[in-house]
Write a protein that binds this ligand. Structure first.
Ligand SMILES: NCC(=O)N[C@@H](Cc1c[nH]cn1)C(=O)O
Ligand SMILES: [Zn+2]
Ligand SMILES: [Zn+2]
Length: 477
């Protein structure tokens, strides 16, 4: 049951829908792709835009520079982190909210139905399409919408907020861990609990709270051969081909059934207990949820438990792409002279990025030697992110559960997420406070994919949920 103050806030969010949607359209129009140097200015524009929105509402904030990074051979400035305070009443709890304003790359030619950086509406389905709509611009604007609506209806926000929005999450959160360490007794001092809205429901109907994330370790495997691309009629059968070498190695990483072939990886995984196994039974989920989210019937298993554990509690290895390979239409008969294969491993407890790098390097070196190729091979490991697991028996989770029941009328599922948010473990370890993941979007939102979307109802109710969570956590014990 909502209190009269909570009701006033929620009603204002409903009444102000059009303005909130216009705010999301403005944010989506800024192509803040962190992984591509050509969009770096847009990342800075996005940070300015967010800081201006927060400042207009009375938050006290700043852009914190993180130094430079090497991207595509250039030294460029990292996107700044926004650190802002809203309220500093010592009688209130202080909640740290985190989100990211950078997005994954998107081109219309990837197969999008509409321009990815123009929020496009489908009136019939009530969906808003655009890059970043669900990951993670909708959710971070949710926090701004909450502050604004409280002001509009004259209801006091019952907690102090510390806001941390970063612009490198989709590219390994470079620089953020150091900032958290440096600021633990300054900006981050006095925090009671942490909330992140940057993940998804398990299906399309029922909300959830999330208490775990997988980590990630990304690799680039470069094979260098001839001094230039060659004619395959003239040099095929004559030289060692980099792409052939790369395929030979990449085909030995994982089976089509998803089994990781690297010795030593599966041994790092914490054993499954009977109690944990039971938790997957009670989650409201069907294989058809996966089919709907993927737009296919390609799930590896037909067993609900297996599918859930494959996402939440076991590691996975995915092959992402090959730089330098011929990928245009047509039949160019080229032997590419240099190719870079990209793959990543999703990490679960008790795996660490360091240990994974060690076993992957050892295995690839051994497999490379077996090829007997005269080409050269180099394996680079990107900065890794550790897995994270939190205690859901905490007032932070009870508050979110109560707020979910008020907004959606159901008790949320308790899930673990297959994706990664590298700073989660850093926050938990360095700040020593409970962290909760409170998703806004649905499993079929297409984050990182073409036609990413956020349902209008999820944006509106999701904003109400973030607001009511703050009301519940203010009084929770
Ligand atoms: N919404 C969280 C998310 O999408 N995280 C990314 C993080 C990432 C990307 N590259 C390296 N880390 C994810 O892929 O899980
Ligand atoms: Zn995200
Ligand atoms: Zn993402």
């Amino acid at each position: 049951m909502a209190t009269p103050e909570q009701q006033k806030f929620a009603t204002q969010i409903d009444a102000n829908q059009q303005a909130l949607i216009a705010r999301l359209a403005e944010a989506v129009a800024i192509p803040s792709v962190s992984g591509d140097a050509r969009y770096r200015k847009a990342c800075f524009d996005m940070a300015d835009w967010l800081l201006a929105s927060l400042t207009k509402l009375g938050a006290k904030g700043e852009l914190r520079p993180l130094g430079k990074q090497n991207l595509e051979g250039q030294q460029i400035e990292l996107p700044p982190v926004i650190l802002a305070d809203y309220g500093n009443d010592p009688k209130k709890k202080t909640i740290l909210v985190y989100g990211h304003y950078d997005v994954q790359p998107a081109l219309k030619s990837d197969g999008w139905e509409h321009e990815p950086f123009k929020l496009t509406f489908d009136e019939k389905s009530g969906r808003m399409y655009g890059r970043g709509s669900t990951d993670d611009k909708g959710p971070i604007l949710g926090w701004i919408n909450v502050i604004e609506a409280h002001q509009q209806v004259g209801v006091d926000l019952p907690v102090n907020l510390k806001i941390c929005f970063e612009g490198m999450e989709e590219s390994g959160s470079v620089g953020l861990d150091d900032l958290v360490e440096k600021e633990k007794d300054a900006f981050f001092k006095g925090i009671d609990a942490i909330c992140i809205s940057d993940n998804y429901w398990l299906g399309t109907k029922k909300p959830c709270l999330t208490h775990g994330l997988r980590g990630i370790q990304y690799f680039k495997l470069a094979i260098n051969g001839p001094g230039a691309d060659l004619h395959s009629g003239v040099f095929g059968g004559v030289v060692h081909e980099p792409m052939t070498d790369l395929f030979a190695i990449m085909s030995k990483l994982v089976t089509p059934q998803g089994k990781i072939l690297i010795p030593g990886i599966n041994e790092l995984v914490a054993p499954l207990t009977d109690e944990e196994k039971k938790r997957y039974d009670v989650m409201e989920f069907q294989i058809s949820d996966i089919d709907e989210a993927t737009g296919s019937q390609t799930a590896i298993s037909d067993e609900k438990q297996q599918v859930l554990m494959g996402r939440m509690r076991y590691p996975s290895l995915s092959l992402h792409g090959i730089e330098g390979a011929f990928s245009e239409p047509g039949t160019k008969t080229v032997i590419p002279s240099r190719v870079v294969g990209k793959f990543s491993v999703r990490l679960v407890p008790d795996m660490t990025p360091e240990k994974v790098v060690e076993v992957v390097e050892k295995y690839i070196n051994e497999e490379w030697k077996k090829l007997g190729s005269k080409n050269t091979m180099r394996l680079d490991a990107e900065p890794g992110g550790k897995p994270w697991l939190a205690d859901p028996n905490h007032y932070n989770y009870r508050a979110a559960s109560k707020a979910t029941e008020t907004v959606y009328g159901v008790k949320p599922d308790l899930t673990r997420e297959g994706g990664s948010i590298p700073v989660s473990l850093t926050f938990s370890e360095i700040l020593g406070k409970n962290l909760l993941l409170l998703p806004m979007g649905r499993s079929n939102d297409g984050a990182h994919s073409i036609n990413e979307k956020l349902d209008i109802s999820n944006y509106i109710k999701g904003t109400q949920l973030l607001g009511l969570y703050l009301h519940e956590v203010a009084n929770a014990a």
